[in-house]
Design a protein around this ligand. Structure first.
Ligand code: UDP
Length: 327
């Protein structure tokens, strides 16, 4: 079987990517330090525990599995923490990625799929964001991802590292078969926090700010189903293997929902009240992040199938009620 190295394969998006790779005929090799991932989520291929900053360990894993490509998901990804611990974000995300990229080049593994983020764009007043929108990140998380994009470009020029960069909008939902799902500890993301508040597993959800310049005053985000998102990665891998060259793609649906709209949909999907209180803005949050691009659909042939808000919340709710991981 042909192997693909999946960093962060024990995490939320990485575990879904492993399932999609397996379905496409690859062996996904998970490389993860289990800091935020779950060993139980590694179900679709071998597991290699390790740190991205450990070059010798990476060299060993490349030598053992001889992957034909890397999908790089492993990163610290909380906007709030990035504001208070910028050093950790720069070291882990940038230095860790650089170490991985150098190891990949040394091993002759020159096809690289990278998880970037719409947080690299920052605040752009009511402009839809396409891949050419200037990147002006508001926080160390977005800045660290933008820096890795720059590193990839330099390594292409110097060493021929071909890359597909996916800039994610807001990922939500869970595997419709219930094999893997979203589980962060601590949880910071809107949809799972809301579901935990609905069934009393935590106190009321705090809505971070109602004084934004949006119709209902809450932030607007473009939500994408995790299964659709990882399908794009398999298409990205095929794109590279077909020799179509390095490219950036936004992964969003082009439709934005406010925090209040997400709460309203959750009420109707679960038939339960969503306990919530209004709080202050969260530092580092942009008012509106919505993809204005259909490049992924037009050029990659990506067809999001489950990215309507109701389906995403219903899949997340099913996972919330039935799925779980233990360390
Ligand atoms: N949000 C909120 N309360 C929470 C968590 C998130 O109001 O407890 C809001 C947040 O301000 C943003 C949206 O929900 O507007 C999505 O936030 P999340 O952390 O899920 O993803 P991000 O946009 O930071 O990638």
């Amino acid at each position: 079987m042909i192997s693909v190295l999946v960093t962060g394969g024990a995490g939320y998006i990485g575990s879904h990517a492993c399932k999609a790779l397996r379905a496409a005929g690859y062996t996904p090799v998970t490389f993860d330090n289990l800091e935020t991932g779950w060993q139980d989520a590694v179900k679709f291929g071998p597991f290699e525990e390790g740190e991205l900053l450990d070059r010798a360990r990476l060299d060993e894993v490349f030598a053992t599995h001889k992957p034909v490509a890397v999908m790089h998901f492993a990163a610290l990804s909380q906007v709030g923490k990035a504001m208070s611990q910028p050093g950790r974000y720069w070291r882990n995300n940038v230095q860790g990625s650089l170490t991985l990229i150098e190891a990949a080049v040394a091993a002759g593994c020159l096809d690289f799929v990278f998880s970037s983020t719409c947080a690299t764009y920052g605040e752009h007043d009511n402009v839809v964001l396409d891949e050419d929108t200037p990147q002006m990140p508001l926080n160390a998380y977005g800045a660290s991802k933008r820096a890795i994009e720059d590193i990839l470009r330099d390594f292409e020029a110097a060493h021929g590292l071909r890359h597909v960069i996916f800039r994610y909008f807001n990922v939500a939902g869970a595997d419709p078969d219930g094999e893997v799902g979203e589980h962060h500890r601590p949880e910071t993301h809107l949809v799972p926090l809301m579901l935990e508040a609905i069934d009393g597993k935590r106190d009321a959800l705090t809505v971070f700010g109602t004084d934004y310049d949006t119709p209902d005053g809450t932030c607007i985000r473009d939500y994408v189903h995790v299964s659709d998102l990882v399908d794009a990665h398999v298409l990205g891998l095929k794109w590279l293997k077909d020799g179509r060259g390095s490219k950036v793609f936004n992964l969003g649906t082009g439709t934005g929902f406010s925090v209040r709209e997400v709460i309203d949909h959750s009420r109707t999907v679960t038939n339960r009240e969503v306990p919530h209180v209004i709080g202050p803005r969260r530092a580092g949050d942009a008012t509106k992040l919505v993809s204005g691009s259909v490049r992924a659909e037009r050029e990659l042939g990506w067809k999001p199938a489950r990215s309507d808000l109701r389906t995403m919340i219903a899949d997340a709710w099913r996972w919330h009620e039935t799925g779980h991981y233990d360390k």
